[in-house]
Write a protein that binds this ligand. Structure first.
Ligand SMILES: [Cu+2]
Length: 641
């Protein structure tokens, strides 16, 4: 794609633009091969500029880059903004005292160097393991526990697992953890700092394989189920802009956040009404609740320490997605700055979604029913052991849902045969999965009927006075006025929800501000101690909801550089000011917590677990917005539900 074909300032950077941006920064700064490219992504224009953009307007294209200079084995982090249109570096900043996310190339360099180290080989030999080809070393972020190397070096702390069968490359090596053996590794100097050996625990021997060959005969009673769309899909795509039913939005993709949705609007009888300016996963973290040497410091920030966009799968038709699919590619760079295209990372298609609405007049037996259809926009990231699917569902009733799908392989530990794990669940002799949680923080920039919005908390209370039958309850709402008032947790006992409202636009029926409601799904808070390193670093997870006034530099809820960060960055730091959040441009940060007390049925590969939230119109329209969905073709002939 050439620059002249860019349709909108929020189009993701093309491979050609990325190549140009890398050339510009290399030349302008005289960068050597020791400078590694952590990420190159679109530098988003200010909200108003993008919202007010007209097709005839000139487009300024900028790249935002994070670079890591490894010259002399000492890392230095730089942020650059490159203007691709004018071919100049407009900003160059040395960011002191931070560690950018772990690079893909570092994963493999680390594994090779650790396996080659004599102390590591000696520790394996102590366990009777001599065939290094069977051994895998996984790169885990080190966190920050006050140790000197965490403050002064760029490090990883590794875990070890292995295959038993030399002839089966697909063997599930996580069934065979080599517990208690860890390497501390310097990613800049590429050297093993030390090998930590907490003592020999027998490697669990029972296989945990899940391929067709391994599990035995497949069930034979499945008849074909085919999706047919003989006239094609009901969506249209223009660049990265999508129209489906009355929805319109733009797609973006970054190595850190993965899929981004921009400018989500709904056509209400010819009136194009804005709902969200931007929506994306902004951080996630998985803390483990097992204090053993192998798991006590495991808590991966999969967005800020690794990057879910980097780790996105290329999706396969008929497997990941069925029906008429539109795929989007993602363009980024490898760590040397070469263009790297991940094909088919975002899948978009329509699905039948059951009943949309229905009523039968029982006196006449006249029945009206409508079938629901949803537009699915999704991507799936493989973060080492786990798969995380992020599925946005757009529906015909004006609702928008985020469904996080968790699958893949659980983190495992070993313990002496016959022992029962205190902090996890036994899966096989000597093998267990530790208790853990997953926290996904979604950043939502509301713009309900305009840029200035407020957040109203609604909950239900029992009313005792003047209620002769003791039956009364009412919904109470209050505007959250400051970012401190807006640090909230879910409460099912009070049916608590939050609503993004526009105080300047009133609903014609009720006279109340128009709104979109954030409906929590099941949720949980962290169980780690308040003063733990983890809670300092993942302070955003203390509340399910935070609301802040929009500030362009406030992008990630655990801070820009959570890798090895001592803590306190991001939301806890920004909100100390107590800024007002009423009737202004706001950002909502909603965290979905998944509590994972492992089940035996989650092994060897986990059936998908779901978590998420819904955004639905609440006083936005003046009646059910899906009345105009036509009946299914068979509806007037015979029952079809
Ligand atoms: Cu889990």
């Amino acid at each position: 794609m050439s620059d002249t074909l860019v349709l909108h300032p929020l189009e993701p950077l093309s491979a050609e633009e990325i190549t140009t941006a890398v050339q510009i920064v290399r030349k302008a700064r005289g960068l050597s091969e020791h400078v590694r490219f952590v990420s190159v992504t679109l530098h988003e224009p200010p909200p108003e500029a993008a919202l007010n953009f007209k097709p005839e307007d000139p487009i300024m294209r900028e790249a935002f880059m994070v670079l890591l200079d490894k010259t002399n084995g000492v890392g230095a982090t730089y942020e650059a903004i490159v203007n691709i249109s004018t071919r100049e570096v407009t900003s160059w900043r040395h960011v002191e005292g931070v560690q950018p996310s772990i690079l893909l190339e570092e994963f493999f360099a680390c594994q090779e160097a650790v396996k080659a180290h004599p102390d590591f080989q000696a520790a394996l030999a102590k366990r009777g393991i001599t065939d290094l080809d069977l051994v895998y070393v996984d790169p885990w972020s080190a966190g920050n526990y006050g140790n000197v190397e965490e403050q002064t070096r760029r490090i990883l702390r590794t875990t070890v697992h292995m295959r038993l069968n030399p002839n089966d490359p697909e063997e599930n090596s996580y069934a065979h953890p080599v517990a208690g053996l860890h390497a501390l590794f310097d990613l800049n100097s590429l050297e093993v700092i030390r090998i930590d050996d907490y003592g020999v625990v027998p490697v669990p021997q029972q296989y945990g394989n899940y391929t067709v060959d391994a599990v035995g005969p497949a069930r034979a009673d499945l008849k074909p189920l085919e999706i047919s769309q003989p006239e094609g899909p009901s969506f249209t795509v223009n660049g990265h802009e999508v129209s489906w039913q009355k929805w319109r939005f733009r797609l973006g993709f970054s190595p850190r956040e993965g899929l981004i949705l921009y400018h989500i609007t709904y056509d209400d009888e010819g009136r194009v009404r804005p709902i969200l300016r931007r929506a994306a996963l902004s951080e996630m973290v998985v803390p483990y609740g097992d204090p053993s040497p192998s798991h006590g410091r495991q808590n991966a920030f999969d967005v800020g320490e690794y990057g879910v966009g980097w780790l996105a799968n290329s999706l396969k038709l008929g497997c990941d997605c069925v029906g008429h699919i539109h795929y989007f590619d993602a363009h980024m760079t490898d760590n040397a700055g070469n263009p790297l295209t991940l094909p088919n990372v975002v899948c978009m298609h329509e699905e039948d979604d059951g009943t949309l609405w229905k009523h039968t007049n029982f006196r006449t037996e006249h029945m009206e029913v409508r079938r629901s259809r949803r537009l699915v926009v999704s991507f799936i990231a493989t973060v080492g052991i786990y798969e995380y699917g992020f599925f946005w569902y757009f529906r015909q009733d004006g609702s928008l849902e985020m469904d996080v799908k968790l699958t893949g392989i659980m983190n495992t530990g070993a313990l002496p045969p016959g022992e029962t794990p205190r902090y996890g669940k036994l899966l096989a002799p000597g093998l267990y999965a530790p208790n853990h949680q997953h926290f996904f923080c979604f950043r939502l920039d509301p713009m309900v009927d305009g840029s200035n919005n407020s957040v109203v908390e609604e909950q239900t209370v029992t009313v005792d006075e003047e209620t002769p039958y003791g039956n009364a309850f009412m919904v109470q709402g209050r505007v959250l006025k400051t970012e401190q008032e807006a640090q909230r947790v879910t409460d099912q006992r009070q049916a608590r929800t939050w609503k993004f409202v526009n105080p300047s636009v009133l609903n014609a029926v009720t006279g109340e501000p128009v709104g979109y409601q954030l409906v929590p799904g099941s949720n949980v808070l962290p169980f780690a101690s308040e003063d733990s390193s983890f809670m300092q670093r993942a302070g955003f997870a203390k509340n399910h909801l935070w609301v802040t006034p929009y500030a362009p530099e406030e992008r990630y809820p655990a801070g820009d550089y959570p890798n090895q960060h001592p803590g306190g960055a991001g939301l806890p730091s920004w909100t100390k000011v107590g800024r007002p959040i009423e009737n202004t441009r706001i950002v909502a940060w909603y965290t979905v917590g998944v509590h994972h007390a492992p089940r035996i049925e989650d092994w060897p590969v986990m059936p998908v677990a779901h978590a998420g939230f819904m955004l639905r119109p609440c006083g936005f329209f003046t009646r059910n917005p899906a009345l105009d969905v036509p009946p299914p073709l068979a509806a007037h002939e015979e029952c079809c539900d």
